[in-house]
Ligand binder design. Structure first.
Ligand code: AMP
Length: 389
């Protein structure tokens, strides 16, 4: 079995690490000079729309998956003619366009913030009447980590807000006054069996995920059941194969879906240490037709911190007895309760870039030690936007 993966970033690296454990070889496609995934597999270095490269990938692999949802439509269609691409086209198409995505969620009974399509200034004015202010204007395609979006507070700002997102097709969404954000991950196997992780509480600053906690503190059982049920229903409706992540806004017992990702997700990184089977292994299992592993927890608590904009100082990690993941990941038996592990993506730092993450598993819910770890990991603070990296 040889698995092709579009994208050689940290998600590709962690997928490749999991695949190796299962004895599955990976071939990546990515145009970058250096890729984190180079540690765990061969790579075809070419653009995602390079026809020869796509044909080579199809020839060399039994099945192809991806680590990001903005795979060019033509590339996915071309590949699908030559090799199985999982998750399939419907999952990609739905998650690539925020208008299609929000409409799909609504059709399948998943509540979302009020939204309206925006194509020009006139439709933006109409959208403000429908949705109200404050609101968030988001490009329909291509945005991530808060990019391609701007907050709209006053009617006089319509023109400048539309200019700020490049006058591109967009949606206007009402600004939700949520208690917290959470995600649920589901993996659906080729036989339709499912396993879930979460809900996981996610804390963002400046649109970028800083910290995740599982179990999610302060989430009612009603909100938990609703998120799990919505996520599983969406995976079935998409005929999804692999991991699907749904991000929610939670307010009391109510939940609103924010977005879906047809792939492994940053908020699921803590499953490596926390769960019997992590998101990466179960994604590989699903897309290669293997039975899924159990997602039950191995520890009472897990917390993940993203290193953004700069790497932590090695000496600080050593002083705090924080293990570093080696090239192939650490064997899961070695992670015992009370341990923190840093995953270094070997990426050169630049502002806003995720360069690694730390996961701490523990018997008690995170206490003062969590603040100490946050101070070690640049950009992970949820309260200090200036350390935002
Ligand atoms: P997104 O790229 O849509 O996931 O947005 C990134 C982050 O911006 C989210 O995780 C929220 O913290 C915030 N955000 C996005 N949409 C809304 C909304 N409608 N109301 C309030 N906050 C939002």
């Amino acid at each position: 079995m040889i698995l092709g993966i579009l994208g050689g970033g940290q998600l590709g690296w962690m997928l490749g690490t999991a695949a190796r454990r299962l004895g599955i070889e990976c071939v990546f496609l990515d145009p970058a000079e250096h890729c984190t995934s180079d540690l765990v597999g061969d790579r075809i270095r070419a653009a995602y729309d390079d026809e020869d490269a796509l044909s080579e990938l199809a020839r060399r692999c039994n099945v192809v998956t991806y680590e990001f949802e903005n795979v060019p439509a033509e590339a996915a269609a071309r590949l699908a003619k030559e090799v199985d691409v999982r998750p399939g086209w419907k999952s990609l198409e739905t998650s690539q366009d925020r208008l299609v995505e929000k409409s799909f969620l609504t059709e399948h009974g998943v509540p979302v913030p009020a939204f309206a399509a925006v194509d020009d200034l006139a439709s933006l004015e109409a959208a403000v009447v429908k949705v109200g202010l404050p609101a968030i204007l988001k490009t329909r395609r291509g945005g991530y980590d808060g990019k391609g979006q701007t907050v709209l507070r006053h009617p006089k700002d319509l023109e400048s807000a539309f200019a700020a997102i490049g006058r591109r097709p967009a949606i206007l969404e009402s600004m939700v006054d949520f208690d917290l954000e959470a995600s649920v991950l589901v993996v659906r196997g080729s036989d339709g069996a499912t396993e879930t992780w979460g809900p996981i509480r996610n804390q963002h600053t400046g649109g970028i995920l800083r910290r995740s906690d599982c179990p999610a503190p302060d989430v009612s059982s009603e909100a938990t059941s609703a998120m799990l049920a919505h996520t599983e229903r969406l995976a079935r409706a998409l005929d999804h194969c692999g991991v699907l992540t749904v991000e929610f806004f939670v307010r009391g017992d109510d939940v609103l879906a924010n977005e879906i990702a047809p792939r492994v997700h940053n908020s699921g990184h803590l499953t490596i240490e926390f769960s019997q089977t992590d998101q990466f292994e179960n994604h590989v299992r699903a897309v290669t037709g293997l039975p899924l592993g159990s997602t039950s927890s191995r520890h009472p608590h897990a917390m993940m911190l993203n290193a953004i904009g700069a790497a932590p100082v090695d000496a600080d990690l050593t002083a705090d007895h924080i293990a570093m993941v080696d090239d192939f990941g650490i064997p899961s038996e070695e992670v015992t309760a009370g341990v923190a592990v840093y995953h270094d993506y070997r990426k050169s730092p630049r502002p806003g870039r995720k360069v690694g993450h730390l996961t701490a598993v523990s018997r008690e819910s995170p206490g003062a030690w969590a603040d100490r770890l946050t101070a070690l990991i640049p950009g992970s603070s949820t309260t200090d936007p200036n350390s935002a990296g």
